[in-house]
Design a protein around this ligand. Sequence first.
Ligand code: HSE
Length: 440
Amino acid sequence: MSQIVGISLLGCGVVGSGVLKILELQQMEIERRTGLRLEVRHVVVRDPARVRDIPAAFPRDRIHGDADRAIDDPNVAIVVELIGGTTRARELIDRAICSGKHIVTANKSLLALAGPELFRLARERNSSISFEASCAGGIPIIDALLRGLSANRIDALIGIVNGTCNFILSKMTREKMGYAEALAEAQALGFAEADPTLDVSGRDAAQKLAVLSTLAFGVHVREEDIELCGIDGLAADDIRFAGEFGHVIKLLASASRSASGALRLRVSPTLVPQSDMLAQVSGSFNAVSVYGSSLGHAMFYGRGAGQLPTGSAVVADILSTATGVGPAMFRALKSFPDSAGPVRLEHADASESCFYIRLTVEDRPGVLAAVTDAFGRASISLRAVLQHESSSSDAVPVVILTHRCRTGALREAIRQINALPASRAAATCLPVLESPVEFA
Ligand code: HSE
């Protein structure tokens, strides 16, 4: 006779529906493997009457709007928060923890904002919080960081962690599709956040990077510690020129440890060499490259968004909570935001990178000389320069790749170039990925 584990789902959008479908499909196999019968006793939604994409057999009287009833039910052991946002979701999680329930959540915004407080409360109340679905959809990267990679000092973590941005950039690169059209398609496919500006501004990726780098580096990283640039200002020209240099543009979330131990944290459209494995990650797929002191380079790849992939991570968390594995890890490990130390950040100007720069300048003698002079004075060496003839106007794009240089020096050179009388628009600067050499 299987033991029944009661579950309340708070929220039943794209991911919640996926959870119900997976639980129905996998019910027998889950029972065979664990001896547990997972029973969703409540699904709390704003509009219970709405028609939903959930299994036909799911009892409709369990769908209602009363969160208190769902949390207080003594037969519920696990509360799954899939509402998103940071206000109501936080109230309900606090309340569920105080009622002695274990929490499963996909809410990276809330974890990035209030991780330490939530985890501390859960520890005090002998509860636990599992959050695999908060980062990179169905990829078990959190489990890998907590367990599989625990023999390593992590030196760098570089990821494509926003499926919407990756989908848009892939469409713009491969199909020459416009930005707005690609975004609309990502929304229709259910990858995008309710508010897609969270995706395209890079904030969703920054929140995920905050969660992942806290676990990877053992320091508490907040969203505001991360240098941020989204894909919303990217021009189609940049995608084209990057291609001419043998690169593709990806929204990368990266965290790396400098020689002094300080962390460099950045989310930015980045030029990735076409030969790099990250360049092959397309559509809504995500990938996270981790560089560990013992393992070297490991890459985790899979679907980063969508109903069943994200549902897969939620159901894995429900199972590890129900079997006691998740709560035991939660008690045993000091890896969570409440026990992580303070972060020490590398000064933005001190960090080094190669850069892609697109200038818009007048097409007349001496302009290129003035531009290269500004780079020379900042001790920046150029790797490649590209200029096509302009057919329509007297302003032309000049595109440059630099060798590795200090970000502070680059800023100074760009300030001087933007101030040249021949400059027609502010320069676009993007980093170029170099895989950490010592572990390549
Ligand atoms: N909106 C997110 C993405 C999915 O596009 O990756 C959930 O994290």
